[in-house]
Design a protein around this ligand. Structure first.
Ligand code: F1P
Length: 347
């Protein structure tokens, strides 16, 4: 093992990243009926959370809409509290609230506030939490909690639980079968992803990083961006690839890393963008099923593959943290649970 990884191999964050094949297997083994709590009847699906859990909500909303064919959206928990009139429609809602700790005050308050608009479901790694108690139903993943401040396996397992719930509820055996391939794909990929992460993190030519993702992958790109930001205080942002051209590309320098969470199959306009950023001196890195810097492996479609993009990018953030001599388990200025002082509207 290289000295870079030796310096973080005892960290909680490393252990929790590498544990994902095991925790994913446990999540996929949960009772389908419990997982189906996230699937709506005739309600409108609204996903919510804070920080990483909000980005998780973004990805989950796109994937649920695709799998179930129902209206689905994602909002930060603070919007549920502060502008409910812009979140809830006249239709009954099913609010799915993500929280690793189950104690984030905005998310708990949002769940309580949502009860007058419809059903509420908690997805959490803390079964006996305030969120779990506040919701009508709770999908509990105690095996997937992170002790580290930054979310890694908790994020991917909560996403996987909702995806499996949608596949069960829609009776889609093909989607379920692909989800069941994820643990082995991750186990097989981790050693090579570590090597690539060390190489990219060690490139001295970048000091800012942009992450590109289309559809559900935009929520994943937001999470990858936040990981690097939280752990190293780097300047990072996430964009829908083609949106980058509409202004943000003015930020591009030859000291920029651009990471593309690429779908399988043809993505010509997105590949063109990556070609352009490389021509302007940026370091372009792709994460894709094949022919990529981070190769995710074949046999799993774009929908089911979503969780697989995270471990390589978690390792990238961890490698960069190690190179900076920072502690991945105690990122600057962050706590494992954010508690606000004073009253939060809607509680
Ligand atoms: C989520 C959260 C993360 C943040 C940090 C602290 O809390 O705010 O989004 O990145 O790890 O916790 P939770 O509601 O999911 O417990």
């Amino acid at each position: 093992m290289s000295s870079l990884w030796e310096s973080v191999t005892q960290s909680l964050t490393m252990r929790e990243i590498l544990n994902q094949p095991v925790s994913w297997t446990a999540t996929l083994g949960l009772d389908a009926a419990a997982l189906c709590a996230v699937a709506p009847g005739d309600e409108e699906l609204i996903f919510t959370g804070c920080g990483s859990s909000y980005y998780l909500a973004r990805a989950a909303a796109s994937l649920a809409r695709e799998a179930l064919g129902v209206p689905a959206s994602a909002v930060p928990a603070s919007d549920v509290l502060l502008v409910p009139q812009q979140v809830f429609s006249r239709r009954r809602s099913r609010l799915v609230a993500f929280s690793r700790s189950g104690e984030t005050i905005e998310t708990v308050a949002a769940c309580r506030a949502a009860r007058r608009f419809g059903t509420t479901v908690a997805v959490t790694c803390a079964a006996d939490s305030s969120l779990s108690a506040a919701a009508d139903a709770s999908v509990n993943l105690p095996h997937a909690g992170d002790e580290s401040v930054v979310m890694t396996q908790s994020f991917t397992n909560m996403l996987l639980a909702v995806m499996a719930g949608c596949a069960h509820a829609s009776g889609d055996a093909a989607r379920l079968a692909e989800l069941r391939m994820l643990p082995e794909s991750a186990r097989a990929g981790l050693p090579e992803w570590q090597r690539t992460a060390e190489e990219v993190a060690g490139d001295p030519h970048w000091s800012q990083a942009f992450f590109f993702g289309t559809g559900a992958y935009y929520g994943l790109a937001c999470e990858a961006s936040l990981k690097l930001k939280e752990m190293t205080q780097a300047v990072t942002e996430a964009y829908h690839p083609l949106e980058f051209r509409h202004g943000p590309q003015s930020l591009l320098t030859d000291r920029t890393l651009c990471v593309h969470l690429r779908r399988g199959g043809p993505a010509g306009s997105e590949d063109d963008l990556m070609g352009d950023v490389r021509k302007r001196g940026a370091l372009g890195v792709t994460v894709a099923p094949a022919e990529a810097d981070f190769c995710l492996g074949p046999g799993i479609g774009d929908w089911a593959r979503a969780p697989l993009y995270l471990p390589p990018l978690q390792l990238l953030a961890l490698a960069r943290t190690a190179l900076a001599g920072l502690d991945p388990d105690r990122p600057r200025g962050l706590t494992r649970v954010v508690t606000l002082s004073g009253e939060v509207a809607g509680q």
